[in-house]
Design a protein around this ligand. Structure first.
Ligand SMILES: NC(=O)c1ccc[n+]([C@@H]2O[C@H](COP(=O)([O-])OP(=O)(O)OC[C@H]3O[C@@H](n4cnc5c(N)ncnc54)[C@H](O)[C@@H]3O)[C@@H](O)[C@H]2O)c1
Length: 305
């Protein structure tokens, strides 16, 4: 089994919100990164962001690499097959949170990848053992749930399951430390550690807002100033994306039938209207000026675009 210090090349499947920030984090760990993303516009948009993040890390004294030389380690494959054959030590999956889509994808990659290649999934809440089985290499499949944005957040939730090999767990923890993360390990329970508790808590504040008991700004200010959170939950929602909140909450409700995971209707209405938050320019805040987000009154949240 390869040691974490010997791994050189990581494949990243999906270059959306999480995929491109994962790629940034991996690049800062001196790794070669090969990406396959199905949407060309997403590549064009997020490739430039990776460069900006690297520049900002240098400006803030958080990393001292050469930005242009590092960008030369970021490669784009034309097809899934090319990614599978790019000599990657690990495939990191960062596609939509959909169990059927992920299982079908893992089945294909399980057949295309060399048998030793390890697979990591960034799933927020899906059953890691089911996906491991779909990949045909359950001992080499592990959950690595990074937090948004991965290049700035140090926590990585490592999800183990009964069929996982101890050496793959050890390798993965070592790799996370190599890119300056603080991994923590959890069983494969619905929502793992983070979302198991975070989702009911966010939903609690959606209800409070809906009942008119406090405004968006008041809720977010309370959590920032009084609980020491870097941002309030409603702003966090905008960074996570309404679509991801819907997918994760529904998945957790299905797995547990616990009503604390049931979203209020207005979140579905926001999703339907395309108000995804930061990514679409509008969620609980108007992100027209990204550095100066403006809270949107509750009554206007679900206004159609
Ligand atoms: N958004 C968050 O804050 C957050 C946090 C932690 C974990 N996650 C998890 O990370 C994963 C990705 O979420 P996201 O927010 O980055 O979603 P996203 O929609 O921003 O990105 C997903 C990307 O995957 C691409 N894609 C889908 N299928 C593909 C395929 N077969 N081949 C290549 N590319 C494909 C899409 O085109 C899209 O660009 C999900 O499992 C999500 O639950 C998200």
């Amino acid at each position: 089994m390869m040691k974490s210090q010997d791994a050189k090349t990581i494949g990243v499947l999906g270059f959306g919100i999480m995929g491109h920030t994962w790629a940034t984090a991996l690049l800062t760990g001196d790794l070669e990164v090969h990406v396959f993303e199905q949407n060309k516009e997403t590549i064009d948009k997020n490739r430039g962001r990776v460069k900006k993040y690297l520049q900002r890390l240098v400006e803030k004294g958080k990393w001292s690499g050469d930005v242009d030389a590092t960008m030369a380690r970021l490669h784009f494959a034309d097809t899934e097959h090319d990614l599978a054959k790019a000599g990657i030590d690990v495939l990191l999956e960062v596609i939509f949170e959909d169990l059927v889509l992920k299982c079908e994808t893992f089945k294909r990659f399980g057949e295309m990848l060399p048998k030793d290649t390890i697979i990591w999934s960034n799933t927020s809440c899906l059953d890691v053992e089911k996906m491991a089985e779909a990949s045909g290499r359950p001992d080499r499949f592990i959950g690595t749930h990074g937090m948004n944005p991965v290049h700035l957040m140090v926590g990585i939730e490592i999800v183990r399951h009964p069929q996982l090999s101890d050496t793959v767990l050890e390798f993965t923890v070592g790799m996370m430390k190599r890119i300056n993360k603080e991994p923590f390990v959890t069983d494969n329970v619905p929502g793992f550690i983070v979302n198991n508790g975070l989702i009911p808590w966010m939903i609690h504040y959606y209800h409070m807002l809906e009942r008119g008991q406090a405004t968006t700004v008041d809720i977010d200010t309370a959590l920032k100033t009084s609980l020491g959170h870097p941002q309030g939950v409603l702003m966090l929602h905008d960074y996570v994306g309404t679509n991801t909140m819907v997918l994760v909450s529904e998945e957790l409700y299905k797995a547990t039938l616990d009503p604390r995971y049931k979203l209020p209707q207005f979140i579905y209405d926001m999703n339907e209207a395309g108000h995804q938050g930061f990514a679409s320019g509008r969620g609980f805040y108007d992100w027209t000026e990204p550095k100066n987000p403006k809270p949107i009154p509750f009554a206007e949240l679900v206004r159609k675009k």
